[in-house]
Design a protein around this ligand. Structure first.
Ligand code: GLA
Length: 389
């Protein structure tokens, strides 16, 4: 049961009442996401094709008459935080989760938004550290909470930009815009084709005959932040040498013609980005046309490109991808998803193949790697919003 259960909602309200002495006035949610294709393309101004999933961060909230924000996090042993909107909002010394809340609120202030305090309780079921954007969903959920409690004049895209600014400048991770944007703007039964330069979006309907399976390798993303930032620098280096603003500004053929200009590793990084961005547009078309065979081929190429050119996969993930691609053939697609160096795999497949895929992984993954997987069957879901009572 992926969507947060009613018993969890009751627990959220119970903790809210215990800590703050009243029932919450309203509830908001923001989803995690799975990216179908287009990896590390967002900060290169390229294309991505994620969908929001039915795993969410959930917030219970009431506005306050003063300038205090109080927060309790159910998933961190009911840890609490309290800060004032009047003095400069600084980092919390020990609670990382608090910094997502503080950062989002601070950046709302920096945007000139006018609001007072709030009491907030948070829970969620987006797996953390798995590449399914639990952080972005928290940032967007908090942004949405203040937007709605105080009728702030912000579009959903602005809620997303605000979350990204908090993550870049307050938390210190130099991520792109994909995760926050789809958490804010996703739509049920659809993937979101996002142009990360113009921020134009197109909803692409998901074929009803396909299940979205996410396989969590349960390999925590070890050095992810340093690796992520290194990859980003290499992409920027490529663009600089090529004399373009971003890798978005070169086609694959042009890049191949200019190969000699770039150090070997930098060329491979650029090759991944430029080719994956092109594949993303083709994949959006294939999805639109229910052309599963083409989708299957593009996802397979994307995985190889992440493995060999961007060097962001790990052996146990490559193993699952190989195992299942053989099983799915042209009937489905599979690739690693997210920032890389561990985390999850996404597979699209006919419903009838789901049980067999699960069995295959159960038979082989643990015995091969000593690690146990988790599998989530997801539905493409709406972006952030208020939960109706
Ligand atoms: C992380 C980042 C995104 C994006 C992906 C890779 O999820 O937060 O902005 O760069 O990695 O595609």
């Amino acid at each position: 049961m992926p969507s947060i259960s009613s018993s969890r909602l009751a627990q959220l309200d119970g903790v809210f009442a215990t800590v703050f002495g009243a029932r919450p006035a309203r509830h908001f949610q923001a989803p995690g996401r799975v990216n179908l294709i287009g990896e590390h393309t967002d900060y290169n101004d390229g294309f991505v094709l994620p969908c929001a999933i039915d795993y969410q961060t959930l917030v219970a909230a009431s506005s306050r008459a003063d300038m205090t924000v109080r927060v309790v996090a159910l998933d961190y042993d009911n840890q609490q935080d309290e800060f004032s909107l009047v003095s400069d909002i600084a980092s919390h010394p020990t609670q990382l989760w608090s910094n997502y809340v503080r950062g989002v609120v601070k950046h709302l202030q920096l945007r000139g938004m006018q609001f007072k305090g709030a009491d907030i309780a948070i829970t969620g079921n987006v797996p953390q550290g798995a590449g399914l954007s639990s952080s972005a969903s928290l940032e967007v959920a908090i942004g949405e909470t203040f937007k709605q409690l105080y009728n702030l004049s912000m579009s959903m895209a602005e809620v997303a930009f605000n979350g990204q600014a908090a993550e870049n400048q307050f938390v210190g991770c130099n991520c792109g815009i994909m995760d926050q944007m789809v958490s804010a703007c996703g739509a049920q039964h659809h993937a979101l084709l996002l142009d990360c330069r113009s921020y134009d979006t197109q909803l692409i309907s998901m074929p009803t005959e396909l299940s979205v399976m996410i396989i969590n390798s349960n390999i925590k993303r070890g050095l992810v932040d340093s690796e992520y930032n290194t990859r980003r620098q290499q992409c920027e280096q490529a663009a600089e040498i090529l004399g373009i603003k971003a890798l978005r500004d070169i086609s694959l053929t042009e890049l191949q013609n200019q190969k000699a200009l770039l150090p070997e590793v930098v060329y491979r990084r650029a090759h991944h980005v430029v080719s994956d961005s092109e594949r993303t547009l083709l994949a959006a078309n294939a999805l639109r046309n229910n052309d599963i065979k083409t989708l299957s081929k593009l996802m397979a190429e994307s995985h190889v490109s992440m493995r060999d050119d961007f060097e962001m996969t790990v052996a146990p993930i490559d193993y699952i991808v190989e195992l299942l691609s053989e099983y799915l053939g042209e009937q489905g697609g599979i690739r690693m998803t997210g920032g890389g160096f561990g985390g999850c795999i996404v597979a699209l497949m006919p419903h009838a193949l789901v049980d067999g895929a699960k069995q295959l992984i159960a038979q082989h993954y643990h015995s091969k790697t000593g690690i146990k997987e988790d599998i989530y069957i997801c539905k493409a879901s709406n972006g952030a919003g208020e939960l109706q009572a």
